[in-house]
Write a protein that binds this ligand. Structure first.
Ligand SMILES: *Cc1c(COP(=O)(O)O)cnc(C)c1O
Length: 422
């Protein structure tokens, strides 16, 4: 069994749904991102069934994977979108997404992004500072419209995750400190070009426990009650994203457990009239993708064995950025394991930080295919062209069918718009 249900071994070969990954490598080359359509649907269904007919809006945190085919799939399933830039807004609109199901997050929204989002008619702006609130009020006024606003508060809870993906602590750049939130809401209430609609938080990513959510919820409920006493009534409560996935042997927090606990707390405080918004990114796509790569060279020494592969940190930044662990599978494992050695799996980029996995036992030969698992989230979207490496193709598998949802970039395209000067 691998960590991802739709990437399993059949007859000794790793498949994406019903297609052997080695067929895809032969047909499309490597490195290659391969996604499973059914995995997207299953991940969505976990949230849908957890909502149990309650007033819940799930907004896919699309920075995890913003390929149009992925967005279109979630749009058709009924998803909203959590966007963090004008570029992401354009992607949602490009697949015909409904702007009234978009929440706009991010600490540094520029005026043009606000204008575009107002024009599209987004559900709300998740405002992260007083300065941003004032800019939004001004932009809305200029446009002769009213901006729907939710304040992203920082509840100062520890999500017990990696420091780089923890966002709800006092020292993080995100959100408005919970102690200042009432004053900022009161300021918002005085600005006629703003309409207060909600409150939100997002405390971190790859969270595997329910307690950080409940700690945050408790603080938000107090805030909602204080605001109500001041005559400020909210329509929705947005608890962000952050639900973890399986990279190795994590026990997972299921959407059902999370939502049941949230509804319990809301009911206890007579707040079940509020719409609940969630912004899951990773948990909707992370285990729906792998990064397929070919072993170019093996390099053995007394100190280390290296498998130098054709994927690199420009294709998957998470290991070097977060020290993240991705499970790695040989696509066609050899049965004779007496030859196996511990390998560091590294790319060709001229950086010591260019590694994908360390100390993994394999019996490898040049030309072997490896699948780096759980590469559906924060993989392609963080990819770069460093070392003038074209970004890899993205394939969506649907049963026995493989669709190219983004072709491999050509080398020429990487500098086609550059010019030299005399
Ligand atoms: C990144 C992000 C998300 C999605 O987070 P996941 O951990 O991938 O679920 C949701 N909301 C905001 C504001 C984000 O920045």
């Amino acid at each position: 069994m691998t960590v991802a249900p739709h990437f399993q071994f059949k007859n000794g070969a790793l498949h994406a749904e019903d297609i052997p990954l080695s067929d895809l490598a032969r047909q499309f080359g490597t490195p290659l991102y391969v996604y499973s359509r059914q995995a997207l649907r299953d991940a969505w269904e976990a949230y849908r069934s957890a909502a149990q007919g309650r007033n819940v809006l799930v907004c896919f945190g699309m920075k995890a994977n913003s390929n149009l085919a992925v967005l279109n799939e979630f749009k058709n399933l009924g998803s909203g979108f959590d966007i963090v830039s004008g570029g992401e807004l354009a992607r949602v609109l490009a697949v015909g997404g409904d702007a009234s199901r978009i929440v706009f997050s991010g600490v540094g929204k520029q005026a043009w992004e606000m204008q575009a989002a107002l024009k599209a008619g987004v559900k709300c702006f998740n405002v992260e500072s007083e300065a941003e609130l004032l800019r939004l009020a001004e932009v809305a006024k200029q446009a002769g419209t009213i901006a729907p606003v939710s304040l992203r508060v920082n509840p100062d809870v520890d999500a017990q995750t990696h420091p780089y993906i923890s966002t709800g602590l006092k020292e993080n750049k995100f959100g408005i400190a919970i102690e200042s939130a009432v004053a900022v809401y009161q300021l918002a209430a005085t600005l006629p070009s703003l309409e207060i609609v909600g409150v939100d938080c997002h405390i971190g990513s790859q969270i595997t426990e329910v307690s950080p959510y409940l700690d945050a919820l408790e603080k938000l409920i107090k805030l909602i009650e204080t605001l109500a006493d001041l005559g400020i009534h909210l329509k929705h409560l947005d608890l962000g994203g952050g639900i973890g996935i399986r990279y190795t042997d994590e026990t997972l927090l299921s959407p059902t457990v999370l939502l049941d606990k949230i509804f319990q707390a809301l009911d206890a405080h007579k707040l079940s009239h509020l719409q609940l918004v969630l912004e899951p990114g990773r948990s909707l796509v992370g285990n729906a993708g792998v990064l397929l790569t070919t072993v170019e060279y093996l390099k053995h020494s007394d100190a280390k064995n290296f498998a130098i592969v054709d994927a690199a940190m420009n294709d998957l930044l998470r290991p070097t950025l977060y020290d993240a662990w991705h499970s790695v599978e040989a696509v066609v494992p050899r049965s004779n394991t007496s030859e196996s050695k511990a390998y560091d799996i590294v790319g060709p980029i001229c950086e010591s930080g260019d590694w994908l996995a360390r100390d993994r036992e394999f019996d490898l030969q040049q030309g072997d295919l490896l699948a780096i698992m759980s590469a559906g989230a924060y993989a392609f979207t963080m990819a770069s062209q460093y070392n003038t490496r074209p970004r890899a193709a993205e394939i969506m598998v649907d049963g026995v069918h493989a669709h190219v949802v983004r072709p491999r970039e050509t080398v020429e395209s990487l500098f086609a718009s550059e010019t030299v000067i005399d």
